[in-house]
Design a protein around this ligand. Sequence first.
Ligand SMILES: [Zn+2]
Length: 189
Amino acid sequence: MVQGDDATDTAAARLRQLHTYFREHPVRSAEGHSYTHFGNRSTVVNPGLPFNARVVEHIDRTVAEVTAYTRETNPDAAPLPDSVLDVYRWCVENTSHAPETVQQRRDILAYRHYLEHAIAAGDTRVIRPHRCPDCGTIGLHWQETRGKAICMNRHCARDNGGTHREYSLAQLAFEHVTARKNLRSVSAT
Ligand SMILES: [Zn+2]
């Protein structure tokens, strides 16, 4: 599983942070925690608490995406774990025999989630260490309003007709995972 530079800084760890924050700032409805476990879903969105609603939606979307990938890859996958916090582990366990390219899709998905969880928690520092896929310089900035990372390098912008290049988190995840894979194959020879 490809992770952040710190081996403990993973999509699962970032999901746990979000989840912990959410538990410490719970919605007030009795059903407010139902997202914590699979099944037993009920409406949890409280319009008075936009942050919590946003986190619930975010976690739901995350789980749906990991589940869809896992079931598509392995129709015989084990039932979902009780806690959403185990969803990445469950995904890896049930897709570890898939072809390498299929597992790479999983790693890209997990790395994108790692970035998404961090940004959802307000930590945009995870963007800075990435190199611009076009000019190769470090110095990408997160643009909240556009939902994209932007390269601030002026030479890069000049080569792009004067417009700063923008990248989605999916693009950054793809670049990150495939670059690591290439590094591994180089060091293995
Ligand atoms: Zn650039």
